[in-house]
Design a protein around this ligand. Structure first.
Ligand code: ADP
Length: 562
C-alpha cells in the first residue's frame, strides 16, 4: 500500500466515523423529538380517559347525593316505609346500572337495599364514617365474596333537625364502566395509592401476580420514562409511560403509549441523512478518483512529452550534423567542378615564374642586374597571387564550425569570383562584377556565403554551356533598407522554378558529373540561417536570376535599440 492509498483509506475512515457520529446524534435528537410528540398525544389521551371515568362515576356520586334527600329515605326511620324504599332503590339501581344502592342508619345498619349485596352493617367503611361527618364519602375496593371491583359513594341524609340521621350508599361496578372502553388505544390504567391497578382497558394489567409483571423494566430517555414490557400481544413491548393525578377519585391515571412509531420516525430520519451522506461521499469519492486518474494520465503525458522532446532534440542534433555534412559535401563538389580551372590557375603563374626565373638567371650572367631585378619583382607578384588563390581554397574547403558575425559582402563576392575565375575563363564565360570600394557589412558567415555565391556562379555557367554567348552579371544592391545580391545569366532560364530548392532536384545529366541537386538546397539553408532569403526566377528578357537577400550587420547596441 502506498502513501496515497493509505491517505485515502484514512480519509474514508474519518468520513465513516463522522457519518456514524452524525447518525447517532440524529437518532438521539429525532427519537426524543418523536417521544415529545407522542407524550403530548398520550397526555391528551390520558386526560380524555380520566375525564370520561370521572364523568361516568359522577353520575353515581350525584345519585347518592340526590337520593339521600329523597322523602322516602328521610322517612325511613319508622319502618312503615321500608317496602316502598326498597322498591324505589331497586328501580333507581336498575335505571342507573348501579351495582347496589342502599340506605343505612346512624349505626351503619343497612335499613333498605336494592339488591342486598352489602351489609348487614357498614359502620367500618370509610365512606360511611365520612358521611356521618356530614361530608360525601368515597372509596374503592374489591367486594367480598368474588372480589368484584367497585367504587362506592356515601352521602349523608339529614333529618328535619339538620343532623345526620343516616347515609345513602351507591356502589358502582367498575367492570360495567370498563366494558365500554376495553381494548381501545392507547393503554390506560388507573392505580390507587398502593399501586394496585384498579381500572384499565387491558385486562392483562388487572392481575398483577401473573408472569411478566416482574420483568417490566423502566429507563429514562431524555425527560421521558420508557418501559420494557413483556405481557402478551395486546400490550406494547416498549412504551412511553405517563401519569396524571386524579385527586377527585383518589386514583392515579397512567397511559402506556407504544414508542414503535417514534422509533420508526427517528430511524427514517437517520436512514435519510445516512443515504444523503453516503451518496454525497460516493460522489466526492468519485470526483476525487477521477481527479486522481486525470493527474496520473497527466503525469504519464508529461513524461512522454519529456521523452519526445529528448528524442526530438537528439534528432535535431543528428539533423544539424547531417546538414553540416551536406554543406561540406557541397563544398567538395564545387571544388571538384573547379579543380581543372584551379590547377590551370596555379599552373599558369607557376610556368611564368619558371620562365622569369630562367630569364633572370640569364640576365645575371650577362650582368644585366636591372632586368634581373624586374624579373624577380614579377616572380614575387605571381607568388603572391598564387598564395591568395590557395588561401581562398583552404578557407573554402575547411570543415569547421564558423561563427556568425560581421561579413564584408564585397570581399565575399570577390572571393567567390576569384575561386570561379579559372573555370569561367576555361569555359569562356564573361563575368560582370564591379566591386564597391567601401565594405558592405552583412550578417552571416564568410566561408558559407562564399559557398553560396560560388554555387550560383557555377550554376549560371553550367546553364549556358550549350550556347555560344556566355555572360554573368553580379549586382550588389545596398540601398537601405535593402541588401541584395543578384546573379543573372543569359542561359535558357529555370525549367521548374518552384522545385529548384528541393534537395536532389537536378536537371543536369549524371555523366556530366555535376548534378547532385544539392547546391541550391544547401544554399537555401545557409542563407536562411543568416536570417536572409534566396529566390530564383526567370528574368524578363530570358535567363535565370537568383537573388540573395541578407540582413545588414548591426552592432549589438544597435540591435538592442532596434
Ligand atoms: P545541381 O546544380 O547539382 O543540379 P542545384 O541545386 O544547384 O543542383 O540546382 C538545381 C537545379 O536548378 C539545376 O539542376 C537546374 O535545373 C536549376 N538551375 C539552377 N541554376 C540555374 C540557372 N542559372 N539557370 C537554369 N537553371 C538553373
Amino acid at each position: 500500500m502506498n502513501t496515497k492509498s493509505r491517505h485515502r483509506g484514512s480519509v474514508i475512515l474519518v468520513f465513516l466515523v463522522l457519518v456514524t457520529a452524525l447518525a447517532a446524534a440524529i437518532w438521539h435528537y429525532g427519537y426524543r423529538q418523536a417521544l415529545d410528540q407522542l407524550a403530548r398525544r398520550g397526555e391528551a389521551d390520558l386526560e380524555l380517559a380520566s375525564d370520561r371515568l370521572s364523568t361516568q362515576l359522577q353520575v353515581y356520586q350525584e345519585l347518592a347525593v340526590l337520593m339521600a334527600r329523597h322523602p322516602v329515605m328521610v322517612g325511613l326511620a319508622d319502618s312503615k316505609a321500608l317496602g316502598a324504599a326498597r322498591a324505589l332503590l331497586l328501580e333507581v339501581a336498575d335505571t342507573t346500572a348501579a351495582f347496589d344502592v342502599m340506605y343505612v342508619d346512624r349505626t351503619g345498619r343497612v335499613l333498605a337495599s336494592a339488591r342486598g349485596l352489602l351489609g348487614p352493617n357498614l359502620s367500618d367503611a370509610s365512606y360511611f364514617r365520612r358521611a356521618m361527618q356530614g361530608a360525601l364519602g368515597r372509596d374503592h375496593g374489591f367486594l367480598q365474596p368474588g372480589g368484584v371491583r367497585a367504587y362506592t359513594y356515601g352521602a349523608p341524609a339529614f333529618g328535619a333537625d339538620g343532623k345526620v340521621q343516616g347515609a345513602l350508599i351507591v356502589v358502582a361496578g367498575i367492570e360495567d364502566i370498563e366494558s365500554d372502553w376495553r381494548g381501545s388505544n392507547p393503554v390506560v390504567l388507573f392505580t390507587d395509592q398502593d399501586g394496585i391497578v384498579f381500572i384499565s382497558n387491558r385486562s392483562e394489567l388487572l392481575y398483577p401476580n401473573q408472569p411478566g409483571w416482574d420483568r417490566i423494566t423502566s429507563r429514562k430517555v431524555g425527560r421521558h420514562q420508557v418501559l420494557d414490557i413483556d405481557l402478551g400481544p395486546y400490550l406494547p413491548r416498549r412504551a412511553l409511560h405517563l401519569t396524571r393525578d386524579l385527586a377527585v377519585l383518589d386514583l392515579v391515571g397512567e397511559v402506556l403509549v407504544d414508542v414503535a412509531p417514534a422509533r420508526r420516525l427517528a430511524m427514517l430520519q437517520v436512514a435519510t441523512v445516512l443515504a444523503i451522506c453516503l451518496a454525497f461521499g460516493a460522489i466526492l469519492n468519485l470526483v476525487a478518483e477521477r481527479r486522481r486518474v486525470l493527474a496520473e494520465a497527466n503525469a504519464v503525458l508529461e513524461s512522454r512529452v519529456v521523452a519526445r522532446t529528448r528524442d526530438l532534440s537528439d534528432a535535431n542534433a543528428a539533423l544539424q550534423q547531417a546538414q553540416a555534412d551536406l554543406v561540406q559535401a557541397g563544398k567538395l563538389s564545387a571544388l571538384g567542378q573547379m579543380s581543372a580551372g584551379i590547377s590551370h590557375e596555379l599552373n599558369q603563374p607557376l610556368m611564368a615564374i619558371r620562365s622569369y626565373a630562367e630569364n633572370g638567371a640569364k640576365f645575371l650572367e650577362r650582368g644585366q642586374r636591372d632586368m634581373a631585378a624586374g624579373n624577380i619583382a614579377k616572380i614575387s607578384e605571381l607568388a603572391r597571387r598564387m598564395g591568395r588563390i590557395i588561401k581562398n581554397l583552404r578557407a573554402f574547403a575547411r570543415n569547421e564550425a564558423e561563427p556568425m558575425g560581421k561579413v564584408d559582402l564585397v570581399q565575399v563576392i570577390n572571393a567567390a569570383v576569384e575561386l570561379t575565375q579559372a573555370r569561367l575563363r576555361a569555359d569562356a564565360v564573361s563575368l560582370d562584377w564591379v566591386p564597391d570600394t567601401d565594405p558592405v557589412h552583412a550578417w552571416g558567415g564568410d566561408v558559407r556565403l562564399v559557398q553560396v555565391f560560388v554555387n550560383l556562379i557555377n550554376n549560371a555557367a553550367d546553364a549556358m554551356m550549350d550556347q555560344e554567348d556566355r555572360f554573368i552579371r553580379i549586382i550588389l544592391n545596398n540601398s537601405k533598407p535593402d541588401l541584395t545580391v543578384t546573379v543573372r545569366d543569359v542561359g535558357p532560364g529555370i525549367k521548374e522554378p518552384e522545385r529548384i530548392f528541393e534537395p536532389f532536384y537536378s536537371t543536369k545529366t549524371v555523366d556530366s558529373s555535376e548534378g547532385m541537386g544539392l547546391g541550391l538546397s544547401i544554399s537555401y539553408g545557409l542563407v536562411q540561417s543568416f536570417g536572409g532569403n534566396i529566390r530564383g526566377e526567370n528574368g524578363p528578357d530570358g535567363g535565370a536570376m537568383f537573388t540573395v537577400e541578407l540582413e545588414y550587420w548591426r552592432a549589438a547596441s544597435d540591435k538592442a535599440a532596434a
